[in-house]
Design a protein around this ligand. Structure first.
Ligand code: V47
Length: 391
């Protein structure tokens, strides 16, 4: 075992990188590529775990949330996607606003603090549909945080509404938008873009939307869809671009990225169904690389829906400190035989985090710990917490 840093690595090529990690230095693109090529998976895991524990100790975050996919009708036909349908095609749906509001109310009644609302780029829904959805959810559940619409949907809405991205975000925020999820990023590389998701806007637009959101004080997340046709250096390039915007936002904007979610490609039922999906080892290595390369993004999420429950537990030792949440319903990816009802109960999440030797923390969307009344499970606001503490 090579050990010229106190983090044990068996591949000597990792020693200088291990020293830089331990010294808290920012890793370069070349370091990232060297890590990608390195076969010392355990060494990489230990490095990522070092960073994870330095930032978060054993704390592992989850939230009580509900994902809502309001339509699967999409003007795009991305090859990796098994979710989209064309209008009129079997299985195509669009939810009336009332249905979305009813789902959100049910989630809030069950204790959720967040709804995560995204959908396809529907060619005919008017901008008012989105505003009414947000207003409806906010009126029905004033305490529920609405995390909604990927950057790609925002660009679509700016075309639908004939408004700038900034104007769209301001209007959505006035209607109830709290923050934005990280979807639609895929891989920030023109070669991969043209091969797999050509109809989609390019990376610069995704960044433009997130930069604008941050400048307005809207927190967002980031993702990367890995394990299809991209090369290791394209993944590293993706991380580098993300951390560059994060540095800019942290320095000059009132909001920034909260969290990065590497999404493991599920080939089933997509046009790329002939490709092998990423193995568990690729999952672990990619999650660890995200932790190591994204020094300025606080949280790395293993999305249990895509990485699977067992691997997500292991990922808590490979750089991840967040598991998303209860989810309840997930329509975008389904493994063979799975339905759309995909739910983990809070007791299951807490148990699997404890089984992995970590400490579960229920968080809200902005990573503030959620305190609940031990009897009813009701969320205690700061004033109620003070009252309970006898202040
Ligand atoms: O943008 C689509 C991906 C994303 C497949 O921000 C696929 O907290 C794997 O962004 N295999 C949507 N992935 C999901 C997403 C997300 C999920 C959880 C939490 C957050 C957050 C964001 O799903 C899409 C796309 O990149 N996706 N098809 C597939 N076959």
């Amino acid at each position: 075992m090579a050990q010229r840093s106190s983090i044990a690595v068996s591949d000597p090529a990792l020693i200088p990188i291990a020293q830089r990690v331990q010294a808290g230095e920012v890793l370069s693109f070349e370091d990232g590529v060297a890590l990608s090529r390195c076969r010392d998976l355990h060494g990489i895991g230990r490095l990522a775990n070092f960073v994870r524990e330095k930032l978060h100790g054993d704390r592992t975050y989850y939230n009580r949330n509900r994902h809502i996919n309001y339509t699967n009708v999409c003007a795009l036909s991305c090859k990796f996607c098994s979710f989209y349908r064309k209008r009129g095609e079997e299985g195509a749906y669009e939810m009336p606003v009332e249905q979305v509001v009813a789902m959100a109310r049910k989630a809030a009644d069950a204790g959720a603090t967040e709804v995560h609302i995204v959908g396809g780029l529907h060619p005919w829904l008017k901008f008012d549909y989105y505003l009414d959805m947000l207003r409806g959810v906010r009126a029905a559940c004033p305490d529920l945080h609405i995390k909604a619409f990927t950057a790609i949907e925002i660009v679509h809405l700016s075309r639908v509404a004939r408004l700038s991205v900034r104007e769209v975000l301001i209007a959505l925020r006035e209607a109830g938008l709290g923050s934005m999820p990280g979807g639609g990023a895929e891989i920030f590389d023109d070669r991969v873009h043209d091969e797999v998701f050509k109809g989609k806007v390019r990376a610069d637009k995704w960044f433009d939307v997130h930069r604008t959101a941050h400048s307005l004080g809207i927190y967002t997340n980031a993702t990367m869809l890995y394990g299809h046709v991209e090369r290791p250096e394209e993944r590293i390039g993706h991380f580098v671009k993300l951390r560059e915007l994060q540095a800019e936002s942290l320095a000059s904007a009132p909001a920034a990225f909260n969290c990065m979610i590497p999404l493991s490609f599920i080939p089933e039922r997509s046009e790329l169904g002939y490709l092998p999906g990423p193995t568990g080892l690729t999952d672990l290595k990619t999650l660890a690389l995200a932790r190591l390369m994204l020094h300025n993004i606080a949280h790395i999420k293993a999305f249990w829906i895509m990485q699977g429950i067992g691997l997500s537990q292991v990922a808590l030792d490979w750089g991840c400190d967040d598991l998303d949440g209860t989810v309840v319903w997930y329509d975008i990816t389904k493994r063979e035989g799975d339905g759309t009802h995909q739910e983990l109960h809070v007791s299951d999440i807490e148990r699997l985090i404890r089984e992995a030797g970590r400490q579960p923390i229920e968080r809200d969307t902005l990573y503030r710990p959620v305190r609940r009344d031990p009897q009813g499970g009701r969320v205690l606001r700061d004033d109620a917490v003070m009252a309970q503490a006898g202040a």
